[in-house]
Write a protein that binds this ligand. Structure first.
Ligand code: TNX
Length: 520
């Protein structure tokens, strides 16, 4: 056993790689056991709780906390204004009798705890040796995100929380919650109960292995009550994860139209979709009651989410129904719009104005560039990097989520060992992703806030497949977004990843393993 401890000590397997790390070889270790004290203030309570819960869940014991005076063997969490640095920066020092985490803000202490967790053994023990080490660290990007589509398949609150834990354990800080789509509306809106009662369910359970598709007439679905959403938001906040809600418009609206058919151009009937794809059932852009409806929805969504952003979708909106809709055509004429693309832009800009008036900023997929960008909108660049480049050049903020690097619904191995939507994004490709496109001039680069992996769930029917698709790629992305560009090193990452695989096991999480050919 000693040998393996030494091996772990030889390279602390912290992912993402810290900015600075010094590690006196074989100089000793701090032992965490039930007698170790945890000293913290109210400002660092979230971090103390997270650490204690982690110890209890993974190793089966917790620590006593000590609000004030010292002990010979303690873990001390400190906020200290002169720690300086960016938001989230921290220092971690493990020495004889003391593990000391210091940061200028509470999120920094929390990230220090994540590094400490990664120094713990990867098997269950009653005594945890932590090697003496000194770390000084800070994030490269302010936005480090993960997305989850709960429209195509529904995931229970318990798993959404677990997903947020995974985000936190990777020092990531945004969760993009894709709450509405053609195949299901998943958030309770009190003024429009049919959205979830009707739009939250579809006819069709199982085709092959994948529940929720087909037309066998069996109901599939689910939704989150507003109380549940509040609980999830609080849970995330304690982990310094901000949740961005997405309410899709004007496309991907079949579920909403099924609930309220007057919101479409033809009046229906519509149905909650039972297969995947892009559908022509979209919100009518010529009907003012559509805007009133969406404003009412936004009025209920905004108080639930403290984030400064609201995501309005904007992607994949076929314009067919607008072309033959007299009201849409009238709107085009009255507003001197050139075509249906400009009508979509009118739609998003009108919603943006409303959302801005509530003090929030709009995010949209890169289609919102077409027909003129809404004045204050932030763009998520998904169809490659071009949309993000263009938006940054127009001095709009950007989050990069290109299909070419960070679509975690695409296969990660070849031959594909599970059913996926297609595509191929192996681990190394994610690791080599650089979120700042070289096309941007120095003064334009600041508009790239960071990046996010998207997890569309057409072929992801439940939690273990989610884990299988995000691990280990999410671990690679966390390093892309956190670590200094200069510290990137594929060999070092792969070696640290071996320990991370053991951690996935410790967490009881499934993971995809890259094929051997990739590792060589
Ligand atoms: C495109 S990315 C979509 C989703 C699909 C995904 C499948 C984006 C904004 N729209 O509706 O689920 O491709 O990869």
């Amino acid at each position: 056993m000693l040998g393996s401890v030494k091996a772990v000590f030889a390279q602390p397997a912290i992912i993402p790689q810290p900015a600075e790390i010094s590690f006196p070889a074989n100089s000793g270790s701090f032992i965490i056991n039930q007698k170790t004290l945890l000293e913290n203030s109210s400002a660092t309570q979230n971090s103390a709780d997270f650490f204690n819960d982690y110890l209890i869940q993974v190793y089966g014991f917790g620590l006593k906390s000590l609000p004030a005076k010292g002990s010979k063997n303690k873990i001390k969490l400190d906020i200290s204004k002169d720690s300086g640095g960016k938001e989230g920066s921290y220092s971690l020092n493990v020495s004889k009798g003391l593990i000391h985490i210091q940061a200028a803000d509470p999120s920094g202490v929390f990230y220090g705890i994540q590094s400490l967790i990664q120094l713990l053994p990867t098997e269950k023990k009653a005594q945890l040796n932590v090697p003496f080490i000194s770390v000084k660290d800070e994030p490269r990007f302010a936005y480090r995100g993960m997305h989850l589509d709960v429209g195509r398949h529904f995931f229970p609150v318990s798993f959404v929380k677990k997903y947020i834990d995974y985000i936190a354990l990777h020092k990531m800080n945004y969760f993009h919650w894709h709450l509405t789509d053609d195949q299901g509306w998943r958030i309770e809106i009190k003024k429009y109960p049919q959205l979830t009662q009707v739009g939250g369910y579809r006819n069709g359970t199982i085709i092959g292995k994948y529940p929720g598709t087909g037309n066998d007439g069996i109901r599939y679905g689910g939704f989150y009550t507003q109380e549940e959403v509040k609980g999830v938001v609080q849970y995330a906040a304690k982990r310094y994860v901000t949740i961005i809600p997405e309410i899709e418009m004007p496309g991907h609206a079949s579920a909403a139209l099924t609930a309220y058919p007057n919101l479409g151009c033809t009046g229906g009937p519509y149905h909650v979709q039972q297969t995947w794809g892009v559908f022509k059932d979209v919100f009518c852009a010529g009907n003012d009651s559509v805007f009133n409806f969406l404003q009412d929805v936004i009025d209920e969504v905004i108080p639930l989410f403290p984030a400064k952003y609201v995501h309005v979708g904007g992607d994949e909106c076929p314009k067919d129904s607008w072309k033959t809709c007299p009201k849409c055509q009238k709107r085009i004429k009255e507003n001197n719009l050139k075509d249906e693309h400009e009508l979509q832009s009118y739609f998003i800009q009108r919603m943006e104005k409303y959302i801005n008036s509530k003090g929030k900023t709009v995010i949209g997929w890169d289609e919102i560039l077409e027909g003129g960008l809404a004045p204050n909108a932030l763009v998520m660049s998904w169809r490659g990097e071009a949309g993000g480049i263009e938006a940054a050049k127009q001095h709009h903020q950007v989050i990069m989520t290109p299909t070419t690097y960070v679509y975690f619904d695409y296969a990660q191995s070849k031959p594909d060992d599970s059913l996926t939507i297609g595509g191929y994004i192996p681990l190394e490709k994610v690791y080599n992703y650089e979120p700042i496109p070289k096309e941007l001039a120095a003064d334009e680069q600041q508009y790239i806030l960071g990046a996010q992996a998207n997890l569309w769930t057409e072929y992801i029917p439940g939690p273990s497949k989610v884990e299988y698709m995000i691990f280990p790629r999410m671990t690679a992305l966390s390093e892309v977004l956190w670590s200094p560009k200069t510290s990137k090193n594929w060999e070092s990452f792969q070696s640290r990843l071996q320990t991370q695989y053991k951690r996935y096991k410790l967490w009881g999480a499934s993971s995809g393993k890259p094929p051997v050919s990739e590792a060589s």
